[in-house]
Design a protein around this ligand. Structure first.
Ligand code: NAI
Length: 333
């Protein structure tokens, strides 16, 4: 039986991996801690694979120790791989696989949920009614029907988001270097990046973070937008210059902000810090605005996506253990 050691294992990871149909082929060792140089020696010498998540650090040093322990596979149960030294993995002959896509609809639907919470203030209504306050003062919203929605990046998630917003009766405009022909024929007008910023009442970010587009949303680009724009970011925190956005919120240039990602999220997200003093003043300032909604990188977190993550991950490890080759899209080395 092949042994798989998990890092950053949360109760929901344990549950979805244990109930996967391939689970009886493996022996799982679930560790709650993040993987890094301090803990890599905890990996049992008999482990065939190490299964890691977004905040585990697979540096060259860590990979070197894994190689000495005869680990053959690093299985990332996520799409991103910026936390893995792929060259070191190649050098040590360790195969690295990932889950390239897991339910794009999950992320798109969460972006819509954030928008609907902000525009109809359901989060405030929920608390208010629980206190027997049925007044409508302060709950005035706006219709999505008829509004122009600007989408940056129309890959798998952006495409799903465009289709939902078109269903709401919105005009959907988008910018992507590689326009999607199906979307263009169905419901989306492709424009330049600046035109999308100028025309959008609501802007939603669905492109990856790259060296070129870091701080895509900054003081200069915010100035191009309609006063009172709503911005939703479920992609990566680094796409937004948070301090510039805070300034624009104070001035009312941005009317609503919904973020599932944050540039300094590594120190906060996926942890229960409810009894801690948080030293990050920027996130505290953001959370103090009544028109800002923050969720902790949960857009992907649906039953369907979690089942798919477990399925793709175990299938890849299973194939590699038999000497077979998983799909090219899954393999990084
Ligand atoms: P994808 O690769 O299918 O699509 C990305 C699209 O963005 C492509 O069409 C590409 O041409 C376009 N693009 C790249 N740079 C751009 C730029 N500067 N301006 C405009 N368009 C640009 O990726 P997918 O699956 O749709 O994911 C998008 C992003 O969503 C991921 O990169 C990730 O950051 C984020 N994500 C967030 C999750 C969450 O739980 N919050 C979960 C999964 C992904």
């Amino acid at each position: 039986m092949f042994k798989v050691t998990f890092f950053s294992a949360k109760p929901y990871d344990i549950s979805f991996f244990n109930k996967n149909t391939l689970s009886d082929k493996f022996q799982f060792d679930f560790l709650e801690t993040h993987l890094g140089p301090h803990i890599v020696n905890a990996v049992d010498d008999g482990s065939f694979a190490v299964c890691a998540f977004v905040n585990d650090k697979l540096t060259s040093e860590v990979i070197g120790v894994l190689a000495k322990k005869n680990v053959k596979v690093i299985a990332l149960r996520c799409a991103g791989f910026n936390n893995v030294d792929l060259n070191a993995a190649r050098q040590y002959g360790i195969r690295v696989c990932r889950v390239p896509a897991y339910s794009p609809e999950a992320v798109a639907e969460h972006a819509v949920a954030m928008l609907l919470t902000l525009n109809r203030k359901t989060h405030k209504a929920y608390n208010r009614v629980r206190e027997q306050n049925f007044s409508l003062n302060g709950l005035l919203g706006f219709n999505l029907h008829g509004k122009t929605v600007g989408v940056i990046g129309t890959g798998k998630i952006g495409k799903a988001f465009c289709k939902i917003m078109a269903g709401f009766g919105c005009r959907v405009v988008a910018y992507d270097m590689v326009p999607d022909a199906e979307l263009a024929s169905l419901c989306v007008a492709y424009l330049s990046f600046n035109e999308v910023l100028q025309q959008a009442d609501i802007l939603s970010l669905h492109c990856p973070l790259t060296a070129e587009n870091e701080y895509l949303i900054n003081a200069d680009t915010i100035r191009m937008m309609k006063p009172g724009v709503s911005i939703i970011n479920t992609s990566r925190g680094g796409l937004i210059n948070t301090n510039d956005v805070i300034d624009a919120l104070k001035l009312g240039q941005i009317a609503y902000l919904g973020i599932d990602v944050y540039e300094q999220e590594e120190k906060l997200f996926f942890k229960d810090l409810s009894a801690n003093i948080i030293p990050d003043d920027t996130i505290q300032r953001l959370m103090s605005f009544p028109n800002v909604l923050v969720t902790g990188h949960q857009a992907f977190f649906t039953q369907e996506a979690m089942a798919q993550i477990a399925d793709v991950t175990l299938n890849s490890i299973d194939l590699l253990s038999k000497g077979s080759e998983p799909d090219a899209a899954v393999m990084l080395t």
